[in-house]
Ligand binder design. Structure first.
Ligand code: CTP
Length: 426
């Protein structure tokens, strides 16, 4: 059963969203609702709150009394820092009905209400169910907006044809029926394709002490690793996250081991690796650390210190040496500009990995500390470009490739099948 988020915009069809929420709750899902303020003119919060048993959110400035928890989950000890906790924890986000105005805002990345902000920040799959007058639906602007959204991997649940709200008008624009909306929503949860599979994810960036207050670190936020963990949970995997200095809330359904240094991360990986089936090594691990960190704070009146560095252990290469058959190893490579792909391929071979996910860190709009990424996924004989998209979308592409590698190794072709299929998509 899933954690489903429902976004409701203004329109006569909002009453069908109430019925959709009711069906989802009856099917055993935990449902939370975000409404736009216009939608309140059509259905009140009280209807959704009674059905879902959870508070409805409307404004990004209102505190969530349930602190981002879904029905059935314990109330977290503290309120989340972000008003986006609800979407961070969602496994699928359905916006129904989606008005022409909201579709336009989603297509162009507006974030002027909680519903749209949540869509921008979503790492889970999103579906929109348009509902509007047929002339608005068939207008060039709405169709172009739907095209943009579909191009970004958002599912469009097409409206039906029939009598419309405007008296005497017939045409296309009626919101899909609640049963159809629920099945599209559930389809986004996906089959539990990784049920019983143990996935180990490293996320964030290590910090190596220089003295008692200073450290050598990097800009990794942990969002890519968390997006991978979240998608693995969605696919039914048993997920452990080794989080290096990540300032994000723990993901529901994961076991989190918090570490700081490359040494701690190496120890946690060595301990957890033997029992995992898939390792997604997304953490940015320091390659060097101060050889003799000072236990005191270095004082400036002692002059400019020179800091001797020593290499850290290459964790991924070390665990690759002791891998057992069937374990899938995925490395991440941050590379600069031209030659990124060939350098990523060298890492694949040198570290004996199944996949390397390369991103170009010469670009400021993607990668480190950004919500977006654009990557090339490299396997032994294929390459797949995942164009710029949310880290959630990129995570889904990476896990699709992991599933192909696992499928091929089960077929006993040592990854050749996966490579052929990956290559076919180049
Ligand atoms: N990695 C690791 N241990 C390290 C350094 C890196 O496990 N000490 C892992 C990272 O988590 C990543 C992959 O290795 O999945 C590639 O990291 P990267 O630093 O790009 O590779 P290097 O082989 O260290 O090469 P470079 O000289 O480009 O930094």
């Amino acid at each position: 059963m899933g954690r489903l988020l429902l976004g409701v915009t203004g329109g006569i069809a909002a009453y069908k969203a109430v019925e959709t929420a009711r069906l989802a709750v009856s099917a055993g899902h935990a449902v939370r609702v975000i409404q736009t303020s216009t939608s309140e003119r059509f259905v009140g919060k009280a209807s959704f709150e009674a059905i879902t048993g959870a508070p409805v959110l409307i404004s990004e400035f209102d505190a969530d009394p349930a602190r981002g928890a879904y029905p059935g989950e314990p109330l977290p000890d503290r309120a989340p820092i972000s008003h986006l906790a609800l979407v961070e924890r969602a496994q699928a986000y359905l916006i129904a009905p989606a008005s022409a105005n909201t579709l336009a805002k989603l297509a162009h990345g507006h974030a002027d209400n909680l519903l749209c902000t949540a869509a921008l920040a979503a790492s889970c799959p999103i579906a929109v169910a348009p509902a509007m007058n047929h002339r608005m639906y068939t207008s060039g602007a709405t169709q172009a907006n739907l095209g943009l959204l579909a191009g970004r991997g958002i599912t469009i649940i097409p409206p039906g044809e029939g009598n419309l709200a405007s008296h005497g008008e017939r045409g296309i624009g009626r919101l899909a029926e609640p049963v159809e909306l629920l099945s599209a929503w559930e389809a986004m949860l996906g089959p539990a394709s990784l049920a019983g599979v143990r996935v180990l994810v490293s996320a964030g960036g290590t910090r190596e002490p220089i003295d008692s207050v200073r450290y050598m670190g990097n800009r990794s936020s942990g969002r890519m690793g968390y997006a991978l963990a979240s998608d693995a949970v969605r696919r039914g995997a048993e997920v452990t996250v080794i989080a290096a200095n990540v300032a994000l809330d723990d993901l529901p359904g994961t076991r989190v081991i918090r570490v700081q240094t490359a040494g701690e991360l190496a120890a946690a990986c060595e301990r957890e690796f033997p029992s995992c089936d898939v390792l997604l090594m997304a953490a940015a691990v320091a390659d060097f650390r101060p050889a003799q960190p000072s236990e005191q704070k270095l004082k400036k009146d002692r002059g400019v210190p020179s800091i001797e560095l020593e290499p850290t252990i290459d964790v991924l290469a070390a665990v690759a040496e002791v891998r057992r058959p069937g374990q899938v190893l995925v490395g991440f490579a941050a590379e600069h500009g031209d030659g990124a792909t060939s350098s990523g391929r060298q890492k694949l071979e040198r570290k004996r990995l199944d996949l390397v996910v390369v991103n170009d860190i010469s670009r400021r709009d993607i990668g480190f500390d950004s919500a977006q990424n654009e990557v090339t996924i490299i396997s032994a004989s294929g390459e797949r470009l995942v164009p710029q998209a949310s880290k959630g979308h990129v995570a889904r592409a990476v896990l699709d490739e992991v599933e192909l590698v696992r499928g091929s190794s089960r077929e006993g072709v040592n990854g050749a099948g996966a490579d052929a299929r990956s290559a076919a998509r180049v």
